[in-house]
Design a protein around this ligand. Structure first.
Ligand SMILES: [Zn+2]
Length: 336
């Protein structure tokens, strides 16, 4: 009997991770030790409302299990990375600006009912950072902070191997660290947040401001005079062509991000800072000035203790991290 019991306990369990975005849903099936078994991606079709989106996620979850030759009982849990604000303990999405009709949606309860699998819901940026600590760039570290740069700037904090949630489960909003007290208007309603200077849209805005103020740049020609068409990519292409204005915009972006990183280094003293998002493809063009500017703005000891690293898991990070955090910190989500 004892032998049989041991064999049963050793059987590999799996988890499903879901990254619920406004445009696409990314889903992964991973083993409990983090190995990616399969993945899929499908359009969210958010305009069809929450009931439809949740049913579609449930159907895909059951399909991905079946396709892998597994049974529902082989899957320990589903983790969902969802846009905030949300009540992660209860698994309720409070509001989601990019998902029409999502107000006080009991995502955990509905998905559990449709799949029969225990589910946890976590902030999407927390999931992306957790993934890099679990299986990605910061795998060998227990004290990690991460910044995800996209339309906005997300953040996540992991201390002693655990995701930090704080008193009301909203910790880790590093994108709303105020780096200019009376600075640019941020989407959150406040002024001078890191997000207003270091997101992809902020890079475009800095370029637009400079050109409007009279700076000459090849960017103007690249967008045929329509400054609203400037993106972070336009700025980067001009930078590669040695455009002076683009290089000033890029330097300002690096200094802004460095200010946010320095604040995190001084307060949390992590071993690693992971940067995620399309801008990391710039490689040394980003990381060389970023490290230099961060060193200027932080204490020497925490700067020397931290590696500043590009993320590794790309578009799968959110889904892998959702699976990982719900697998490893199940108690928090009410999963035994
Ligand atoms: Zn803000």
């Amino acid at each position: 009997m004892a032998v049989k019991k041991t064999a049963k306990a050793a059987k590999t369990k799996y988890a499903i991770g879901i990254d619920l975005g406004g445009t696409n849903v990314v889903m992964v099936l991973v083993s409990q030790d983090g190995k990616l078994k399969s993945d899929r991606r499908f359009p969210t079709e958010a305009e069809k409302g929450p009931e439809y989106v949740i049913s579609k996620m449930a159907a895909n979850a059951l399909e991905i299990i079946k396709e892998a030759g597994l049974k529902v009982s082989d899957v320990k849990c589903i983790g969902i990375g969802a846009p905030g604000p949300l009540d992660s303990r209860k698994g309720i999405v409070l509001v989601a600006p990019n998902l029409p009709g999502w107000k006080n949606i009991k995502l955990k309860a509905i998905l559990e009912k449709k799949t029969g699998i225990k589910t946890g819901v976590e902030n999407d940026a927390n999931c992306a950072v957790y993934a890099e600590k679990w299986m990605g760039a910061a795998k060998s570290f227990d004290n990690v902070v991460g910044f995800t740069l996209g339309t906005g700037v997300g953040g996540g904090i992991i201390i002693d191997g655990k995701l930090i949630r704080g008193a009301s489960n909203t910790a880790g909003e590093l994108g709303h660290t105020i780096i200019e007290m009376n600075g640019r208007q941020c989407g959150c309603g406040n002024k001078g947040c890191l997000e207003a200077y270091a997101s992809a849209s902020a890079i475009a805005n800095t370029a637009k401001e400079k050109i409007k103020a009279g700076s000459k740049s090849m960017i103007t020609e690249m967008v045929k005079g329509d400054l609203n068409k400037i993106t972070s990519k336009t700025v980067y292409e001009a930078l590669l062509n040695n455009d002076k204005t683009a290089s000033e915009v890029w330097q300002y972006f690096a200094e802004s991000l460095a200010s946010g990183i320095a604040a995190a280094l001084n307060s949390l003293n992590p071993q690693a800072v992971v940067i995620a998002g399309g801008v990391i493809n710039a490689g040394d063009r980003l990381f060389v000035p970023l490290k230099k500017e961060t060193a200027k703005r932080s204490f020497t000891a925490p700067f020397n203790a931290a590696k500043i690293l590009p993320a590794k898991l790309g578009e799968f990070a959110g889904a892998i991290g959702a699976a990982g955090v719900v697998l490893n910190e199940g108690d928090y989500y009410g999963i035994k």
